[in-house]
Design a protein. Structure first.
Length: 136
């Protein structure tokens, strides 16, 4: 596997699954034993996680701002933008245009994403909504 091939896999994942809203394509890009931030989600678990974002933010668009690769790892710093038209983590739709950033490290195995570690600027996201999840 080349670094450029790994970067192409990651770019195609975000383009097809997020930007083109083709959740069913996740199977092409993730291993069956996919792990997200230490949680064993597999393909079906990650489909559900992606659906949460695509349902909560209509017209969600992901843009990779910084793209690095080394060995079997790809790192992306991304911007996200979408209109908050669905429930997100218990916050009812605000109909506000929301944008936030995230940084992810993705591990590639057998030409698929096998593991991801990511951090999202959810504080900035919720500040734009003007509401926060109820933690009670």
């Amino acid at each position: 596997m080349s670094i450029e091939n790994n970067k192409t896999i990651v770019k195609n994942f975000y383009d097809e699954v997020i930007n083109e809203k083709k959740i069913e394509s996740i199977e092409k890009y993730l291993t069956d034993d996919f792990i997200h931030n230490g949680e064993k989600r597999g393909i079906e678990g990650q489909k559900e996680a992606v659906k949460i974002f695509l349902t909560a933010f209509s017209n969600l668009v992901n843009t990779i701002e910084i793209f690095l690769g080394e060995s079997d790892l790809v790192c992306v710093h991304e911007s996200w933008i979408g209109k908050h038209t669905g429930d997100f983590m218990g916050v009812a739709p605000t109909n506000k245009q929301i944008n936030w950033t995230s940084t992810a490290i993705l591990k590639i195995r057998d030409n698929k994403i096998s593991q991801t570690w990511d951090e999202n600027d959810f504080l900035g996201l919720f500040q734009q909504m003007g509401k926060y999840p109820d933690n009670s």
